[in-house]
Write a protein that binds this ligand. Structure first.
Ligand SMILES: Cc1cc2nc3c(=O)[nH]c(=O)nc-3n(C[C@H](O)[C@H](O)[C@H](O)COP(=O)(O)OP(=O)(O)OC[C@H]3O[C@@H](n4cnc5c(N)ncnc54)[C@H](O)[C@@H]3O)c2cc1C
Length: 390
């Protein structure tokens, strides 16, 4: 193997790049190089709430999410670590305006084999003693879902990749891609050029700049996403699972030791920011508002103490669904970014199907729509709920 030629170079060791590199090796590609500018999971992946759920209204996303849940149940077998996966279940508090849509989603999800159901209202008092039920349209519960440790999961993929003979270099930034006519032929590092048959651009919010550097359009916008960790003192008990609350637009998930992660869900204001220079701490006003919203639905939270808050990035595409796959007319280039705030869980499944697309030039029919070409083909995804609640 020559040092400066690889079959595939993957740029970025977030969840998508790390798992793509792993699946390329698993599917038999000889020489794969994974490059990371900083450290494993140092982008949005490392700060992810890492909730692993299947409640999607877009059928292909529900299919991928179902496969993701299944993968997390079997992750240890696949990569040698369980990625800190906790199968706690997942609860959705449905707002009355989304009740009809929720019924459609559950019916579609059940047909795909997703284990989700409505908790009947008569059972709420007993099973959800923490809940203020006022204004709740329905409660959905997914038994097989939960949450994972995003760093452990991503490190697990890199380790498994290396065990299969993959080459990983951290603190190695790609300055530019190499383009010759309509072919992407490798990458330029500070130390020089490395050539390859194919390059996967999995650089998250920064993928846009790599693409634009070789005149490939990539309409991804970076927005801050704030999460916070709280110590609860409630005597009324807490949910057993992560909760997505559509009414006050919040989400939460356990962190262990009486601590919970709280964040704001869609709809809320999003402001474009510079991914090379953004405020990484939380905003006081945002946190006050978040706390009020959470206490409204879970009154026992009054008196909780905030331990930490931070902001990371969502890399958002125009329809809030990633760009994954090749593009017409460009040889040797594959998109794998634009997670839009919900691609931790599905990252490894996008990766598995992308690796098949790269190695066999074959892909499931419903997966083709993820290509960037959906823009020119007028095949953008239709969102039902808006934002990252696709
Ligand atoms: C606060 C927060 C909460 C979230 N909660 C959830 C959730 O509950 N469930 C869920 O499914 N999803 C969630 N998400 C979304 C999910 O975490 C992301 O969609 C996913 O992690 C994106 O992974 P990625 O690999 O595409 O990008 P990133 O994690 O951003 O990885 C890109 C990597 O590329 C590297 N890189 C960039 N430029 C270069 C270069 N030039 N050369 C080399 N390397 C480079 C970066 O350093 C980075 O490590 C959340 C996201 C955030 C921010």
């Amino acid at each position: 193997m020559s040092e400066d030629f690889f079959d595939v170079i993957v740029v970025g060791a977030g969840i998508i790049g790390a798992s793509t590199a792993f699946y390329l090796k698993k599917q038999g590609v000889s020489n794969v190089l994974l490059l990371e500018r900083n450290q494993i999971a140092s982008g949005g992946t490392g700060k992810s709430a890492a909730i692993v759920r299947s409640y999607y209204s877009v059928p292909v996303m529900a299919r991928l999410a179902k496969e993701a849940v299944n993968l997390f149940h079997n992750l240890e077998e696949e990569i040698g670590t369980n990625g800190g996966f906790n199968n706690t279940g997942f609860t959705v508090l449905v707002s009355p305006e989304w009740l009809d849509k929720a019924k459609e989603v559950i019916s579609m999800n059940n047909k795909l084999g997703i284990n989700s159901e409505f908790i009947p209202e008569r059972e709420w008092e007993n099973t959800l003693p923490w809940l203020n039920p006022e204004g709740v349209g329905a409660v959905v519960y997914e038994k097989d879902s939960g949450y994972a440790d995003p760093v452990q999961t991503t490190e697990g993929f890199v380790k498994a990749f290396k065990n299969l003979g993959g080459v990983f270099k951290e603190r190695t930034a790609v300055r530019e891609l190499i383009r010759k006519g309509d072919s992407i032929d490798g990458v330029i590092l500070e130390s020089g050029k490395i050539f390859s048959e194919a390059v996967v651009n999995a650089a998250g919010p920064w993928s846009k700049f790599l693409a634009e550097g070789v005149e490939l359009e990539l309409p991804i916008v970076s927005v801050r996403e704030q999460d916070s960790i709280w110590q609860f003192r409630t005597k009324k008990g807490m949910p057993n699972s992560p909760v997505a609350n559509q009414i006050e637009a919040t989400y939460m998930r356990p962190m262990g030791d009486g601590r919970w992660l709280l964040g704001r869900g869609y709809p809320k204001d999003y402001y474009e920011c510079d991914p090379y220079n953004f405020k990484e701490s939380g905003d006081e006003e945002f946190l006050d508002d978040l706390y009020k919203r959470c206490c409204e639905r879970i009154p026992g939270l009054q008196g909780s103490k905030m331990i930490n808050s931070y902001a990371s990035l969502y890399d958002v595409t125009p329809d809030w669904i990633p760009f994954v796959g090749p593009r017409d007319g460009i040889r040797g280039y594959f998109d794998a970014s634009g997670g839009s705030g919900h691609a931790f869980k599905t990252g490894p499944i996008f990766a598995r199907e992308l690796a098949e697309w790269i190695t066999k030039d074959k892909v499931k029919d419903d997966f083709r729509q993820f290509s960037f070409d959906r823009i020119k083909n007028n095949q953008m995804f239709n969102q039902s709920f808006g934002g990252n609640r696709v």
